[in-house]
Write a protein that binds this ligand. Structure first.
Ligand code: TNX
Length: 509
């Protein structure tokens, strides 16, 4: 049973059996998809699944340009599996659907004995509702090693998610090598400890945390994701959430004070100054970032920048006077605008949090609406593209239930059903305005997730529900979703995803 729910599925008679005679038949445009499918099918089935046009009962992959870009048709009969897509992405999603029709053991990494690799006869016609089906992963608060990040990309692709918004910098860490400014990672990638728990006075764990991706790692991550039709949208958060950069280069801060990489969570008063030299520094950073990430959109953050330091600093006030500004919001917009202009010269568009709407927004910006859906509505009405990620529906760092034993009972409960109810298009928009909604994304902030196992627990199965909200038509049927989820969880188990179970002991008890 497919998850996300396809646009249409009809069951037929009989089944297709994968055996030694099965081969993948694909034209040359689809070689990489064929190789990927082969690499997934081989370990558990132990079958050779060669790529060959001659096969008695083939899995045939083909392009059908008359279908939408990411659309696919999947037809399974006793003789053949036919997967046609509007593009390589469509064919890839058809392959993902095929995997879901096979026994869950297909996801195991070594030969699974006692299995019949049968695919029921079906006809599926499917296409996504939104083109931005994302997940924001915060690798700044707690680093996710490359190996685990690649696994996460596979899990996204399995759920037809296609944008990985990688939050690479924050107060607590800088996670990407920048060759022009090496101290960003030499100093900024490690901190002394992590705060444990929510209140500001919560104790530290006394253990250092850190790590970063080299430029070679990033190129590998981007290419691996691209093979799975996932675009990596990097985020360099400015002018708030920047203490790790200030720790590396104190001249970036207001007043030049030497600070450590931050060890506490929450909104931080230490922000960037807006000197020309700081703009130039970040243009250097963005040059390397755009060389590494081909994404049209580049995240610059813009969230939660307290203005107190700017207000209290005579030098900043002087800069504001010179620039003809009377309030600090204008200064923030000016700073973002300068980076936006720089990105535009490289053919890129700004992606930033809805806090940007407090001032003029650079042309071509896509706004991530996180404080409910208000930002989404405002942005769309102002003619900006929108990615919806309302905190009450898609913040996967929020606890999953009222249960007192949930780990770190952060924020309000956000249940599976809440996540399933996610509707990316705000109410009250005209069709023209609604067309600005590119889609939505789940946000995984990792203050309280210090390892990939915990990310699994917080992300799944809620991410399955959000994937369906982004892929499938707007109709919702939670009971139907739960029935399909029950057939989906064994796939996650076969992969080794430590998702949150509804019954049984919590993993840390
Ligand atoms: C708000 S959402 C933040 C993050 C925190 C998150 C915790 C946003 C743009 N900023 O810095 O990690 O809340 O839920």
């Amino acid at each position: 049973m497919l998850l996300p729910r396809p646009a249409s599925l009809q069951t037929g008679e009989g089944e297709f059996l994968l055996d030694v005679s099965t081969a993948i038949a694909a034209g040359s445009h689809l070689t990489s998809t064929a190789l990927w499918l082969q690499s997934v099918l081989r370990p558990a089935t132990g079958l050779p699944v060669p790529i060959s046009p001659v096969a008695r009962r083939p899995i045939r992959l083909g392009l059908r340009p008359d279908l939408g870009h990411e659309a696919y048709h999947l037809t399974v009969t006793a003789e053949c599996v036919l997967i046609e897509g509007g593009s390589q992405a469509g064919v890839f999603y058809g392959c993902q659907a095929l995997l879901q029709l096979l026994p869950p053991a297909v996801h195991r990494r070594a030969r699974a004995s006692g299995q019949r690799w049968a695919v029921p006869a079906v006809t599926v016609q499917d296409a996504p509702r939104f083109r931005w089906r994302g997940t924001m992963l915060d690798v700044a608060r707690h680093f996710m090693p490359k190996h685990d990040l690649l696994r996460f990309v596979d899990l996204m692709a399995m759920h037809r998610l296609n944008v990985l918004h990688l939050h690479l910098t924050d107060d607590q860490g800088w996670r990407v090598e920048i060759r022009r400014h090496p101290r960003l990672t030499e100093v900024g990638s490690w901190r002394r400890e992590s705060q444990v728990g929510v209140p500001q006075d919560a104790p530290g764990d006394g253990r250092p945390h850190g790590g970063f991706y080299t430029q070679e790692d990033i190129r590998e991550i981007v290419a691996y994701a691209a093979d799975r039709h996932v675009t990596v949208v990097p985020e360099i958060d400015v002018p708030g959430h920047s203490q790790a950069a200030i720790a590396a280069y104190p001249a970036l801060g207001v007043g030049g004070e030497v600070l450590a990489v931050h060890t506490r969570w929450g909104v931080n008063p230490n922000v960037l100054n807006t000197e020309e030299s700081t703009v130039a520094f970040y243009c250097d950073v963005l040059d390397e970032i755009t060389d590494l990430f081909p994404s049209r959109f580049i995240g610059i953050g813009g969230d939660e920048c307290p203005k107190d330091q700017w207000r209290a600093d005579p030098r900043t006030q002087e800069l504001m006077r010179q620039r003809g500004m009377t309030d600090e919001n204008a200064l923030q917009s000016w700073f973002i605008g300068r980076l936006g202009e720089h990105l535009a010269t490289r053919g890129r568009r700004v992606f930033g949090w809805d806090d940007l709407l407090e001032g003029p927004v650079p042309p071509g910006t896509a706004v991530a609406s996180w404080r409910g859906m208000t930002g989404a509505r405002t942005a769309a009405r102002r003619g900006h593209d929108v990615v919806s990620c309302p905190d009450d529906q898609v913040y996967l760092d929020y606890r999953q239930s009222e249960h007192p034993d949930e780990p770190i009972p952060f924020a309000v409960p956000l249940t599976l059903q809440d996540a399933y109810g996610f509707e990316p298009v705000p109410s009250g928009l005209s069709p023209h305005e609604a067309a600005h909604v590119l889609g939505g994304q789940a946000n995984i902030w990792t203050e309280h997730m210090d390892n990939p196992r915990t990310v699994d627990y917080y992300a799944f199965p809620r991410l399955c529900a959000i994937a369906e909200a982004l892929w499938s038509t707007g109709e919702r049927d939670f009971d139907d979703f739960r029935t399909r989820l029950a057939t989906h969880l064994p796939r996650l188990e076969a992969i080794g995803v430590e998702y949150r179970r509804e019954t049984g002991p919590l993993p840390w008890q």
